[in-house]
Design a protein around this ligand. Structure first.
Ligand code: B4P
Length: 185
């Protein structure tokens, strides 16, 4: 199974990805986690990515694609994976299609949450980039650069819209149901 988790910052992509990957025995790849690891390890790529992350902007595509290429090395068509936070714009989606084929992705789980609840969750989390001004910038970046992917995947008939309010378990149940029943947008 090949799954993408799409949604605004703080909608719970990382949280749901862990549960879903465990339930379906999928390789979980979070570009956010990969980037944060590179930053804390002080690699050249991490140093180049840090400024954009601190400002709540997208890291340049070339860096993200280089990071993922290492992880995808050796992955065949049968390797099940779950992409958390990637793609984040149309050009990343095109790169993914070129690597695995246009029809490789079966499910795009779209977590939907309003800005007020996002702000509440992220301020409670308090990660380095969870400062109110940076969160607002991440929301703008999501609207301008990432949200066109909703239509992109809807037209490819793989979009699964999920209400991301409620408890972590409630959201997980909704995600599982959307995959097994194939609820599409
Ligand atoms: P990410 O690491 O992807 O982080 P995120 O979008 O902020 O959070 P996520 O949606 O995963 O929320 P989470 O489950 O943690 O991105 C960080 C940065 O990396 C980006 O701003 C960008 O700079 C860069 N980046 C990443 N990928 C990139 C790419 N492909 N291209 C370019 N740049 C890229 O949940 C948030 C909080 O809510 C947690 O504290 C959680 O415990 C809580 N929570 C979750 N579900 C809940 C629920 N149901 N109820 C209550 N709280 C809940």
């Amino acid at each position: 199974m090949h799954v993408i988790l799409l949604g605004p910052p703080g909608a719970g992509k990382g949280t749901q990805a862990e549960l879903l990957a465990a339930a379906n025995d999928l390789v979980h790849l979070s570009t956010g986690d990969l980037l944060r690891t590179a930053v804390s390890a002080g690699t050249e790529l991490g140093l180049q990515a840090k400024g954009a992350m601190d400002r709540g902007e997208l890291v340049p595509d070339a860096l993200v694609l280089a990071l993922l290429a290492e992880r995808f090395d050796g992955a065949g068509p049968d390797t099940g994976f779950l992409l958390d936070g990637f793609p984040r714009n149309v050009s990343q989606a095109e790169a993914l299609g070129q690597k695995f084929g246009e029809d490789a992705i079966e499910h795009v789980v779209h977590l939907q949450l309003d800005d007020e609840e996002i702000l509440r969750r992220l301020l409670a989390r308090g990660r380095e980039d969870d400062d109110e001004a940076v969160i607002r910038n991440r929301l703008n970046v999501y609207r301008n650069e990432t949200s066109p992917l909703v239509e992109w995947y809807r037209t490819r008939s793989v979009l699964r819209p999920i209400d991301a309010t409620g408890t972590i378990e409630d959201v997980h149940d909704r995600v599982l149901r959307s995959l097994t029943r194939g609820t599409k947008a």
